[in-house]
Design a protein around this ligand. Sequence first.
Ligand SMILES: [Zn+2]
Length: 341
Amino acid sequence: MAIPGPWLVVGLDNGGTTNNATVLDKSGKFLVDRLVETPSLVREGPDVAVESLVESFEHVLEEVGEVPSSVRAVGLDSPGPASANGVISSRGSTNFSHPGWRGFDFRGALEQRLGLPVVYNNDANAAALYAHHVRYGAEAAAHSSISAIVGTGLGGGVVEAGQVVKGAAGMAGELGHVPIPMEGLLAEGQPPPGCNCGFVGDAESIASLTGIEKNLLPYWLTRFEGHELGRLPSLAEAAKFVRRYGERGDPLALEIFRQQAMALGRLFTIAANYSDPSTYFLGGGVVEAGPRFRDWFLATVREHTLLREEQTRVASFALVPDLDMAGARGAAIAAAESLKR
Ligand SMILES: [Zn+2]
């Protein structure tokens, strides 16, 4: 255990089923090197969820032998959609379906309950901030990066000069909903892919688990008749197995992941011309896949990211590290940064 600095911050990653917590000291050292999880109870509504976060906060401090009075600030991250300041969307969302969540000031409520400043980020932005800081350390402020995190949806984060770009309405870095060219990406007769946001042909419509279930798998099953995945009771269930098939080199699964990698490469090409980042980070389930498959996927993304020669010399491609802890750790970094400003 590290010697605690003069102050600590706590990072709280609020998820659909669990909260994961971490503690960061003033020197930049994490006092927790594993998942410290407690139930999030978000489906029971905001009052119960805020109390669950307080429990998570107290629990992680106990785990590292610290007291709440050493803590100067708290970082909170959750799935979106939420405003830059942590007000949950008035339309609700998958995780925040309880009616009490609509328009709820999640950050403000936790701040009031803990009596400590709370800094909010959405989960993808928190992970992006963590990846950036791991890569650049003390030089974080001298670099920019972009992170695409492939999960149920396609989360993203843009870090400029070491800071998360939040935007006027808190919606910067919504990389999943950036429309990308479909020409040459879709196979013959493959229908234009729709996204839950209403767009057709954005990055998430291809590069997400939802995209596999709704768009990619239904098409590719027609091209691989009799494939085992077609015998599962639902596309939702089959979609979850596609990665495992990909790791084994299954041709149908590889077609799906090739399209995903192309979509991500095209998304990164837009980023290259828009903000020209130092590092392109890729996160999500594929990071946890076997090394051979993972390396092939990252190389395919890179192959489809069209950089200018000058950019090729300075840009790098990397995976989001410690993915399951990245949200809590990024949230903690944001809280620590707020104390240094
Ligand atoms: Zn979309």
